[in-house]
Design a protein around this ligand. Structure first.
Ligand code: SIN
Ligand code: CO
Length: 370
């Protein structure tokens, strides 16, 4: 499907992005759901797909994780099914994230889809990501509050972290084609009015703690020789039991110097950020293609499709895909980032073909059926 979004992105970024929530009425005109509730229920039966069912019957919260084998004992109302990373598994649903590709792609997380029955929702909560919630079939009432570091959170169920009462700055009904943007940290609660589907396009960054931990692992693996603190200008201190301020600065610099080394930092970040948070539909080729076979398939008109939502990004002078560096010139990386379907004409060079052969055998691209 070809989804057209009517958003003034510059105005949106200036006034709302990570500042305040907003409803973008009819941001999609003539919106058509890319998936049916039955298809969503089918995806939630698969082992590799993250899903959960949240219910609030008579005010009692419950949550169960998939894969699910049946749905018939859930009743008519007050339960919803939430499926993560549907963009990895359902091609039509994946097209819904296309209009959001102007936002820095390294921050894109996934497309979560929820099917909800009358009165259902996951309860009032705070997320640690920014989200565009697109209303598909049906409608939901959304109550959204402003950011405030003093909100009290509590476990309404062992896996459901809720937030205590907050003042809503938005309290409105969303209907098909509307979008609700919720910045990280804003409490919100959506309650389904009848049956409904909603699509959450999530953008997420990581904490300094997570980044530092991952960078430290990278440095340990990639810098085999220890770098020791040294101070050849040392003078006898007045108090040898006190670490001197200049020594603390030198220690900070010792660590910061590593972070500021582009060969290390960029390479770490490229590998780190292209690893997917959710399982991908990657199927290695068995037995692998050999070079001649691969080249002749392409020469005979076969085309290559990229696995949906595999992460491919440029960092500094290099391209990265799924946690590894791509050893190809930047014009080819640009092509790999921008073109989902590749033909022989794109790849006519032995080096490029050789590297693409490896990626195809790993399952990052696959030969399209037709
Ligand atoms: C939902 O779609 O049911 C929940 C989305 C959210 O509040 O984050
Ligand atoms: Co939420």
């Amino acid at each position: 499907m070809n989804y057209k979004l009517t958003i003034d992105w510059n105005d949106f970024l200036t006034n709302y992005w990570q500042k305040k929530p907003v409803i973008l009425r009819k941001a999609f005109t003539n919106f058509i759901d890319p998936i049916t509730p039955d298809e969503l229920a089918g995806l939630a039966m698969e082992e590799e797909i993250d899903s959960r069912i949240v219910s609030n019957k008579d005010g009692v919260w419950d949550a169960k994780y998939g894969p699910f084998t049946e749905y018939h004992n859930l009743g008519e109302d007050h339960w919803s099914l939430l499926v993560q990373a549907v963009d990895h598994w359902h091609e039509q649903a994946a097209t819904l994230v296309e209009p959001f590709k102007c936002i820095p792609q390294w921050q894109f997380d996934d497309l979560m889809i929820s099917y909800a029955t009358q009165g259902a929702g996951v309860g009032p909560h705070i997320d640690n990501y920014d989200v565009f919630i697109i209303q598909g079939m049906g409608s939901r009432r959304w109550q959204v509050g402003d950011r405030n570091p003093n909100y009290k959170q509590f476990n309404a169920h062992k896996v459901l972290l809720h937030v205590e009462d907050y003042q809503s700055i938005i309290d409105e009904e969303l209907t098909t084609g509307d979008i609700l943007y919720i910045p990280i940290g804003c409490p919100h609660n959506g309650i389904s009015i009848g049956e409904s589907l909603s699509y959450s396009v999530g953008f997420m960054t990581q904490t300094s703690q997570e980044l530092l931990s991952s960078f430290a692992d990278y440095v340990i693996d990639n810098l085999p020789n220890g770098i020791y603190y040294q101070d050849p200008n040392l003078k006898l201190p007045n108090d040898p039991h006190r670490v001197q301020p200049y020594e603390l600065t030198k220690l900070q610099d010792q660590i910061i110097d590593l972070i500021k080394t582009p060969q290390l930092f960029n390479d770490w970040f490229g590998k780190h950020i292209t690893q997917s948070m959710h399982e991908l539909n990657i199927v290695p080729v068995e037995p692998p293609y050999d070079y001649n076979e691969f080249e002749s398939l392409l020469k005979n008109g076969s085309k290559l499709h990229q696995v949906p939502s595999i992460r491919i990004l440029k960092v500094g002078d290099f391209g990265y895909i799924h946690g590894e560096k791509i050893d190809l010139p930047m014009p080819i990386i640009d092509l790999l980032c921008e073109t989902e379907t590749l033909y022989y004409k794109h790849l006519q060079n032995k080096n490029v073909l050789q590297i693409m052969l490896e990626f195809v055998n790993k399952g990052y691209w696959y030969f399209a059926e037709e």
